[in-house]
Design a protein around this ligand. Structure first.
Ligand SMILES: Cc1cc2nc3c(=O)[nH]c(=O)nc-3n(C[C@H](O)[C@H](O)[C@H](O)COP(=O)(O)O)c2cc1C
Length: 172
């Protein structure tokens, strides 16, 4: 049975929410990473992701500038790094270096791969549109990479620790 309630209250019940990392590299060579929970597959063939990326994020600026980015599924030991890049903006700092995130060169784009991730998807920007308060970024996958160790499991979630858009959720 259901009872009508407030959006703010019911929104907390969506957790656990999956989390991915998005990496970028500026034209001048500065690399950055952020955490993204608002992510879905937008197309199977060709494979595309759609991600909600706030226009205040440095990542948003770099995606618009370079038209490319990497989506990475973090490994299970990466929770602290995911939270670090998800709670600090990269405009004036080198978050990747500060949190010790290991990176490696991608094959087809300049944004870096996350070395300890389960998988990395190199993406080229297809579109940015905004049906609501959050810009939605669509990227087409142009190359994929998997961790050499099949034992590395995916970090699926870091829990309800972030706030975004009109649905602002306190850390539970
Ligand atoms: C678990 C988690 C999930 C997040 N999901 C999103 C998201 O879907 N979209 C978004 O714009 N920000 C999200 N954030 C917040 C960004 O990661 C955060 O604003 C980050 O500092 C942006 O980094 P940047 O300015 O260097 O790009 C999330 C943060 C965390 C910790």
């Amino acid at each position: 049975m259901q009872k009508m309630t407030m959006l703010k209250k019911v929104a907390t019940r969506k957790y656990p929410e999956q989390v991915v990392l998005v990496t970028t590299k500026s034209r001048k060579g500065k690399m950055n990473a952020m955490a993204v929970g608002w992510v879905a597959i937008a197309s199977g063939d060709p494979m595309m992701f759609v991600l909600g990326i706030d226009d205040g994020a440095y990542t948003h600026e770099l995606i618009r500038q370079t038209k490319e980015f990497v989506v990475a599924y973090p490994g299970e030991k990466m929770a602290a790094q995911v939270l670090y890049v998800g709670k600090n903006h990269g405009h004036a700092r080198d978050k990747i270096k500060e949190c010790g995130m290991k990176i490696q060169k991608a094959a087809k784009i300049r944004a870096p791969l996350v070395a300890d991730a389960v998988a990395n998807f190199e993406c080229k920007l297809v579109d940015v549109f905004q049906p609501g308060d959050c810009p939605l970024v669509v990227g087409k996958v142009v190359a994929v990479h998997e961790n050499r160790s099949p034992a590395v499991k995916r970090l699926y979630t870091v829990g309800p620790g972030h706030t975004m858009g009109s649905v602002r959720i306190k850390n539970g």
